[in-house]
Ligand binder design. Structure first.
Ligand SMILES: [Zn+2]
Length: 453
């Protein structure tokens, strides 16, 4: 009886800052084609980009932020983000996962498996300015075809439409089609989605033939990587004539070891002050100080081989999205970006995966994903140039989301405002070093043989 219900109307204004900010003397990676302005100005008024130019411009009354030696690029779009949107008792007013993402320049998150009740509530709280976070979108609870306590039975177009009407009613524009075992069931979900204006982002499931039917049947994306590598022209040519994107999530690479271990092995993650400022220490220490060390060839034949296929797909015209899968908040998006580049993409191509491609995939490229007059002001200012070295992307000085400017190291609001961040619970005496979150977030660390979200 999904047609019965009571509408509860609560309308609040969307948050929007006041004032004008001019970012001057900056290198600007616009993501409009291959355009890079070596020295220019970005002007933001309210929450909208007013100008992007090679000139030195400071409009009257504008706050100037001198960006000499710095690089501006669009905020990162994480198309497969799991940022703690499951309810374990109370929902915090300040969700550290959101802050960690903003501190590392992620300004849009799309969570393709979350608790419906929590994620849409938080999304609206962020939109109205009552919580701080990236733009937050989600499928809500997955449309799960396998047996379990939330199985969704789809045996007809009507079944699919009934399920998707619910999805749409609680605020989603996308649905996670997950383990519907038969192709006709998956096609029923797609047809229902077409009729209702919903995107279908299916779980790849580490099943090659299944993945190819997902591509030819017109899914919006395939979530997770194709589990065989290398890919050859048969696959890249077929895929290139569709509009289906791939969100490979190399960080949890199907078919071999997870890419995230590469970064635990090759960097001292427990020394990253930015990360520790926004994540309970126990989470970082437990994963990074006691780390898996494996021969490098495991990675070469693992996520790096997968990434080489992503370069082939990119060259063929298939769009690849960045998705960091919530493995580690904030810096995980950079690890994914760097792994996209490890397979041979140019730095600019990898940065496009991290920004514009995700925006296109979500149907939001008219509003976000590049620095263009009239688009929403989601941008990041980096101390170092990621075109010189992709690993420079983590040095985020400022994050601007919807026109609000934050000092990324502290997440204090700056620019035309001066608003200090208050403390997280795990910074308080007696917090027990964040034990509950340690348990919760650790559940995302699964061996590669298991199903992913
Ligand atoms: Zn997932």
């Amino acid at each position: 009886m999904d047609t019965a219900g009571l509408k509860i109307n609560l309308t609040l204004p969307a948050d929007k800052p006041n004032g004008v900010i001019a970012f001057t003397n900056a290198r600007i990676i616009t993501m409009e084609g291959d355009q890079v302005i070596e020295r220019g100005t970005v002007v933001v008024e309210g929450n909208v980009i007013k100008s992007v130019s090679a000139d030195f411009v400071i409009p009257k009354g504008a706050k100037e932020i001198d960006c000499t030696g710095k690089t501006i690029m669009p905020g990162i779009v994480d198309a497969h983000a799991h940022s703690g949107n499951f309810r374990y008792g109370l929902s915090p007013q300040k969700q550290w996962q959101y802050y960690a993402n903003l501190a590392y320049g992620v300004t849009t998150m799309h969570d393709p498996s979350a608790n419906t009740e929590m994620v849409f509530a938080n999304s609206e709280l962020i939109k109205s300015g009552n919580m701080v976070g990236p733009r937050l979108f989600s499928t809500g609870t997955i449309l799960y075809g396998a047996d379990g306590d939330f199985k969704a039975v789809i045996n007809s177009l009507e079944d699919a439409k009934s399920a998707l009407r619910r999805t749409k009613a609680f605020g989603a524009f996308s649905v996670k089609s997950y383990n519907q075992p038969r192709r006709d069931q998956r096609q029923q979900v797609i047809q229902a989605a077409r009729e209702l204006g919903i995107q279908v982002v299916p779980e790849g499931g580490s099943t090659f033939y299944h993945n190819l039917t997902q591509v030819v049947d017109g899914h919006t994306t395939v979530e997770h990587n194709i589990p065989v590598a290398p890919l050859y022209k048969d696959v890249t040519t077929l895929w290139a004539v569709t509009k289906t994107h791939n969100t490979p999530t190399l960080i949890v690479n199907y078919g071999s070891v997870n890419g995230e271990y590469y970064w635990y092995q090759n960097t001292n993650v427990w020394e990253k002050e930015r990360l520790l400022a926004f994540t309970p220490r126990a989470i970082i220490d437990s994963r990074s100080r006691h780390r898996t060390m494996i021969p490098d060839e495991e990675y070469q034949n693992g996520h790096i081989l997968t990434s080489k296929s992503l370069k082939k797909l990119t060259d063929a015209g298939v769009k690849i999205n960045l998705g960091a899968h919530g493995q580690i908040q904030g810096i995980g998006a950079h690890w994914e970006l760097w792994m996209l580049q490890q397979g041979g993409m140019t730095n600019l191509e990898a940065l496009r995966c991290a920004t514009l491609n995700g925006a296109v995939s979500l149907g939001m490229d008219e509003q976000i994903g590049s620095l263009k007059v009239g688009k929403l002001a989601d941008l990041i200012i980096l101390d170092k140039n990621p075109l010189e070295d992709i690993r420079n992307s983590e040095f985020v000085k400022y994050t601007m989301v919807n026109g609000r400017l934050y000092d990324s190291a502290t997440m204090n609001e700056v620019g035309n405002y001066d608003r200090k961040r208050t403390k997280f619970y795990f910074e308080m005496p007696g917090s027990g070093n964040g034990y509950p979150y340690f348990r919760e977030t650790n559940s995302f660390m699964r061996p590669t043989c298991c199903q992913m979200d």
